[in-house]
Design a protein around this ligand. Structure first.
Ligand SMILES: CC(C)(COP(=O)(O)OP(=O)(O)OC[C@H]1O[C@@H](n2cnc3c(N)ncnc32)[C@H](O)[C@@H]1OP(=O)(O)O)[C@@H](O)C(=O)NCCC(=O)NCCS
Length: 161
């Protein structure tokens, strides 16, 4: 799936190595995701439509203590786009993040040109915070990012750890 969507991934993500788009590279990626998940800094889901792999969605940089926050990112295979798949997945992950993982806040960024991703965030209930100036080095230059957030219910965080 990554190889099939390589052009889109490279258009919106930091530079990937050639290995990313090989079976070995994806195996390495899965190993890293599992390690981060075991540490509690990541939560990752595949997206399936009628049982067929259609994308993935992930909470990165999960932080506990007084912030209880994470960054969300997602990708839908080109064959499944334009029918609400990303929006449905994001809504499910928002519920997991707040109800099961006990987070207080989520954020997500999209390049200004990525209107589809911004629309997904808005449909899922995220609020546009503003534009981060030259935030991320993508496709050979520092790109602005539109920052979105969603804040859940207030609670007293566990700051003992
Ligand atoms: C962005 C992405 C996840 C959207 O997935 P999807 O399953 O097609 O999303 P949905 O169908 O849930 O919603 C897409 C919305 O964006 C809109 N949209 C798509 N392209 C658009 C464009 N160029 N301009 C304006 N709106 C656009 C669609 O019309 C739809 O809105 P609507 O329901 O109001 O009509 C998918 O295109 C993708 O994986 N892109 C490559 C990777 C990527 O950009 N990931 C996000 C990084 S921030």
């Amino acid at each position: 799936m990554s190889a099939r969507n390589r052009a889109d991934i490279e258009r919106v993500s930091p530079a990937q190595t050639e290995a990313t788009f090989t079976v070995a590279g994806q195996a390495q990626r899965i190993t890293e995701i599992l390690a981060q998940s075991a540490l509690g800094s990541r939560a990752y889901w595949t997206i399936r439509v009628d049982g067929v792999l259609a994308g993935d969605i992930s909470l990165h940089a999960i932080q506990r203590g007084p912030v209880q926050t994470a960054n969300v990112g997602y990708m839908v295979d080109a064959a499944f786009r334009g029918r609400g798949v990303a929006t449905a997945a994001l809504r499910l992950v928002v519920a997991r993040a707040f109800d099961d993982l006990g987070l207080h806040r989520l954020d997500a960024g999209a390049m200004p040109s990525n209107l589809g991703s911004q629309r997904v965030l808005e449909k899922a209930g995220f609020t546009r915070v503003g534009v981060l100036d030259r935030f991320l080095y993508v496709a050979g230059s520092w790109q602005d990012h539109v920052l979105y957030e969603m804040v859940g219910t207030d609670f007293v965080p566990d700051v003992s750890g």
